[in-house]
Ligand binder design. Structure first.
Ligand code: FAD
Length: 396
């Protein structure tokens, strides 16, 4: 079904440039992703030439300066990219791209030395080098301060030891932004530093590719660092500044994941509308059953509310306001909502929705991780609650 049915009346949040980007990404999704992505699901990764193609079209550098090949747009542009990739119905493809553009490469852009940025950013923007961010470990995910990977200074180098888990783009990335402890002091928030580890660094091992419930076209790995030596200049930002860099980047990441989730939810509603208007039972279309119509109508209303919350949080962030409360609401609300939508949409597909060839079956699997990754719902609710309690946007 064509997309004209979607109501895209102009929004105060988006400029003409954003709308051009939306149209370009939507076209790319229709012609270059949807026809091929089932094969990538089977292969377990998105071919690198697809990412280079996206780089050529400018999609990987929308937030970065023109001197690196970027187009210097704002967080609302990332929202557009994420929403449209989410609408592809292939969450694994969307997350492959968005980890690179909005979750991993930002650590290099925000914190690397000028010389390192000049060397790496053009390749990051063109898709020649793909990035990953490695924070989570087997023993610490939500609780970032609990990581145990260590980095010890040794002359002009740091020596990393430890294990990372669930790392998106972990198998096929070229550049890894890795969190490690450079101290074990009384204030754990000042013990963590970020490092750039390039593929092939001695002692850096991609332990295993993980087989997942969903996001199957995204490559995910466990990583091991065994006396892995990196030049001291690979420290990203100040020693001990990693925890706050991670928290800072989480804000962008969570808005982007919320936008991606709402793109997925909208696509699920669209394809379920197609299904229920074609399918007949008890002498009429499924669409003729009020129970189904009302459920879809309410879900459409909730998804519209979720989108507007994403846009508002992104707009606040683009203005430089503290938007932690709103961003946490985005992550909690949209992560849960996309699963509510998938549950109902799969239900209305009947047995077909349980069969692997149906898009809704894949989408329901892909959506599941939205309540876990990048900030579990419970952790986000705590962030909101802290700010409700004080009546301000700042945690106590
Ligand atoms: C497919 C996939 C891709 C990922 N990609 C990356 C990546 O690229 N880089 C990276 O660093 N990490 C990545 N992650 C890790 C992800 O961010 C973590 O899984 C997430 O932060 C949760 O951590 P955990 O799995 O250790 O769960 P835990 O922290 O052990 O939490 C388990 C559960 O307990 C509950 N919980 C946790 N804390 C609280 C609390 N305070 N109050 C109440 N309940 C709580 C939640 O329900 C949570 O789901 C990825 C994960 C997946 C599954």
């Amino acid at each position: 079904m064509p997309d004209e049915r979607r109501d895209d009346r102009s929004s105060p949040y988006f400029s003409a440039e954003h709308e051009i980007l939306r149209a370009q990404v939507r076209r790319f999704v229709e012609t270059e992703i949807k026809p091929h992505a089932q094969a990538w699901e089977s292969a377990g990764f998105v071919p690198r030439e697809v990412l280079r193609h996206m780089g050529k079209l400018g999609f990987l550098g929308i937030r970065y300066p023109s001197e690196y090949g970027g187009s210097e747009m704002d967080v609302l542009a990332s929202v557009v990219l994420a929403e449209e990739l989410g609408r592809s119905t292939f969450g694994g493809v969307a997350i492959t791209v968005l980890v690179h553009t909005d979750m991993a490469s930002v650590h290099i852009y925000n914190s690397a030395t000028r010389a390192m940025k000049d060397r790496l950013m053009p390749d990051i923007v063109s898709g020649t080098k793909i990035t990953a961010v490695a924070i989570t470990e087997p023993g610490a995910g939500s609780d970032v301060k609990g990581i145990r990977t260590s980095a010890r200074r040794d002359g002009d180098e740091y020596v990393l030891n430890g294990t990372k888990m669930f790392i998106t783009n972990g198998v096929y990335a070229d550049l890894y932004c890795v969190a490690a402890k450079t101290a074990l002091g009384d204030r754990p928030s000042q013990d963590i530093s970020m490092f750039l580890v390039e593929k092939g660094a001695p002692g850096f091992i991609i332990e295993k590719k993980l087989e997942k419930h969903g996001w199957r076209s995204s490559d995910t790995a466990g990583l091991v660092f065994e006396d892995c030596r990196v030049p001291a200049s690979n420290l990203l930002g100040a020693e001990g500044g990693g925890f706050y860099a991670i928290l800072h980047n989480f804000q962008n990441e969570r808005v982007v994941m919320g936008a991606m989730a709402m793109g997925e939810a909208q696509a699920a509603i669209d394809l379920t509308l197609d299904w229920v208007t074609q399918r007949h039972a008890f002498g009429s279309q499924l669409w003729a059953k009020q129970a189904i119509r009302h459920r879809l109508a309410m879900l459409a209303a909730k998804v519209e509310a979720g989108r507007q919350l994403v846009f508002h949080a992104a707009w606040l962030a683009a203005r430089g306001d503290d938007a932690v409360k709103e961003v946490s609401m985005v992550k909690a609300y949209c992560g849960e909502l996309v699963n509510e939508v998938m549950y109902a949409c799969l239900q209305f597909h009947g047995g077909t929705g349980f069969i692997q060839e149906s898009a809704i079956e894949r989408m329901a699997r892909d959506a599941r991780v939205h309540t876990i990754g990048g900030g579990a719902t419970e952790v986000m609710l705590d962030e909101i609650a802290k700010r409700l309690h004080t009546g301000s946007n700042c945690a106590t």
